[in-house]
Structure formats: structure tokens, C-alpha cells
Design a protein. Structure first.
Length: 208
């Protein structure tokens, strides 16, 4: 699927970032909210990226190009590239090794489908190359256009991995849905609602 590149995808800072990364057409992509919002024509100021390179490899590439790197969440694979006074978070592709509803133990991977499979909703598992190639392994683009808010895989499993997803579902439902909620999804949300008591107040506050 092809997407016509927009101005935010080709700014001098973004171009410099992609130019610093070997094989960036395959190894570095925009991810998440900035892709989702661009598809529906909404401007998103936060630009996040995902990469198949490990954090130390990405750090080396960027520093060799004279780009400042801040290890904001290195244990979880996230660094921040700082260009022209703006920070861009870059996170290595991950898969979940363990989850308990609050925290996840992750391992790095170079497989985009594994990273997509650990995300919450189909239209949040969207990746976009700088040239406009969209990678949507869970049919997220179609769900976004159709107004379908759908968990990746089984809703019950996705919720048990992180109970905060209960609130996230309703936040995105209020924003994007054009259809009635799926009864199976509602049953799973109701089943685990009490588990929100296990989530820290800070995380709940941030989500709200």
C-alpha cells in the first residue's frame, strides 16, 4: 500500500535522520500515532519511529552522522535523536517475553510482524517508510477507514498483557469508532475491569 509522502516526512531533520541509517528504507519506519493520524488527514506533532537495528547500532549510526542521541529508555530499546531542537524517539522492534498485566519483559527482534503482534489495536500497528510504503500486518488501515476499533488477535489476551488497554480501548473508541462495539470485546473488557486497580495512578492519569 502506498501513501503520498507529506511535508512532515521529508523535513531536513527527518531526511538527515534517515540518511544516517544504512538501508533506512527497510530498517527505519515511522510508527504508531503519526502514521494513524496522517492516514486520516490529521496533523500529529509527535513523530515516533521503529527500527530493526538494536539501540547500540542505531546510536552508533546517528553519532557518526553528528546527531545527538539521548538514551531515554535504553532498557526497552528506546533512544531519542535530537535534531534542530526537536527529539525523535526511535525504538527497536520488540517481542514480549513475559507480561503480568502491568509490566512486560521484552526481547529485541528484527521482525516487523513480531513487533506488530505485541501492540494493542490494529490501527496502532502501522508502519510507514519515508517514501510512503505502508506496512499494516493487521489490516489497520482498513479498520481505521471503517471506524472499527479492534484488538490485535484475542481481546482477552491483549487485555491481560496490560490492563491499561481497557482505558485505551475506550479512548480510541470515542475518537475513531463508527460502529457498535464487538460483544466479545466488551465481555473481555468487563471481565478484567477490576484489574485496573493493579495499575499505578500515574499510568491511569496519563491515559486519561
Amino acid at each position: 500500500m502506498k501513501f503520498i509522502p507529506q511535508p512532515w516526512m521529508t523535513t531536513p531533520a527527518i531526511t538527515r535522520l534517515f540518511d544516517a541509517v544504512p538501508n533506512s528504507g527497510e530498517a527505519l519506519r515511522f510508527v504508531g500515532g503519526c502514521v494513524r493520524d496522517a492516514i486520516i488527514g490529521k496533523t500529529n506533532q509527535d513523530i515516533d519511529l521503529a527500527t530493526s537495528y538494536k539501540p547500540e547500532e542505531m546510536t552508533e549510526f546517528l553519532e557518526e552522522a553528528g546527531i545527538k542521541v539521548v538514551p531515554t529508555g535504553i532498557a526497552h530499546g528506546t533512544i531519542m535523536a535530537v535534531l534542530e531542537g526537536k527529539g525523535f524517539e526511535i525504538t527497536t522492534l520488540r517481542r514480549d517475553e513475559e507480561t503480568d498485566g502491568r509490566h512486560a519483559v521484552v526481547a529485541f527482534t528484527d521482525k516487523w510482524e513480531e513487533d506488530a503482534a505485541r501492540r494493542d489495536l490494529t490501527f496502532n500497528a502501522l508502519y510507514l517508510s519515508q517514501s510512503g510504503d505502508i506496512y499494516a500486518p493487521w489490516n489497520g488501515v482498513q479498520d481505521l477507514h471503517d471506524g472499527v476499533v479492534r484488538f490485535i488477535g484475542e481481546a482477552d489476551q491483549r487485555i491481560q498483557e496490560d490492563y491499561l488497554r481497557i482505558l485505551r480501548y475506550f479512548r480510541f473508541y470515542a475518537r475513531f469508532s463508527k460502529k457498535e462495539p464487538d460483544v466479545t470485546t466488551l465481555a473481555a473488557l468487563s471481565k478484567h475491569a477490576k484489574c485496573l486497580n493493579e495499575i499505578s495512578g500515574e499510568r491511569i492519569h496519563s491515559e486519561l
